[in-house]
Ligand binder design. Sequence first.
Ligand code: C2E
Ligand code: MG
Ligand code: MG
Length: 269
Amino acid sequence: MSKNSHKEISILMENLDYNEFFVHYQPIVDATTYEVQWVEALARWNSPIIGTVSPDKFIPVLEEKLHIIPIGMRILKKACKQLEKWHRNGCTNSGISVNVSFLQLQQHNFAEAVVTTLHELGLKPHNLVLEITESVKLRGNEHALQTLKVLKEMGIRISIDDFGTGYNCLKCLQEFEFTSIKIDRSFVANMENSRCKIIIDSIISLGHRMGVKVIAEGVETVEQCDQLKRMGCDMLQGYYFYWPSSAEELSLFLRNDFINKSMVQQEIY
Ligand code: C2E
Ligand code: MG
Ligand code: MG
């Protein structure tokens, strides 16, 4: 069996300790000012038997075994608690984004659980962004779409993740008014290819014509950053700005960002 194979991960997940999961965070910045808009929470799994496993490998197994429902909620609660702590410590980043599996949206109490979490922590709905990947499965699923509508009406922002890779993703834009679109990092990685550039350009103008913010993920180089800015992309995320890191490590970065901004404000007045 190859290391970290689907079968090996499935076997390990028979006796899963939810405490083996933790969260890393990566900022999403404004393309013009580089101010942190929000921070994405990314699940991490450190198995005591096979060590660190990539989310691309463990998330599908968590979904298969339905563990994603309780674990996804634990991640959301952890991320919201961390945001509340950052707010309390004076960090200016306004929000947190959490990746949500389609299976969580199908739970009858998902919207209620999210709202209760925000309320208990004294956070505002606009502090939270939910990133939805599986746009394919969303199509035609009335319950999941209704859950998203309820959350959006309350002021929670809903972003479509990995845009451009999902079959039927355009149809999804017709069915639900997302607040932002995140261009998949595979397009950003191949930006020197003229066809990729045309795709990115088209997604940006499509998003803007629909009145939604467009985010590019996977920004690794200054060239990609400059080009995306020239193309009118609203927000950027990637190793060029910051790697996904622990809350402690990121706190320093967020704190510095706050200090820099307050210094700029002092100069103005
Ligand atoms: P995603 O939501 O599209 O997250 C962005 C992924 O891109 C993350 O991978 C991040 O580490 C990676 N990334 C960020 N900047 C760069 C860059 O500049 N270059 C490159 N090459 N990669 C970059 P990660 O952490 O491995 O997560 C993979 C996917 O697993 C996520 O993609 C998301 O779909 C899923 N995932 C992660 N956490 C959760 C979770 O809590 N719940 C659910 N349902 N899915 C999650
Ligand atoms: Mg995401
Ligand atoms: Mg993505």
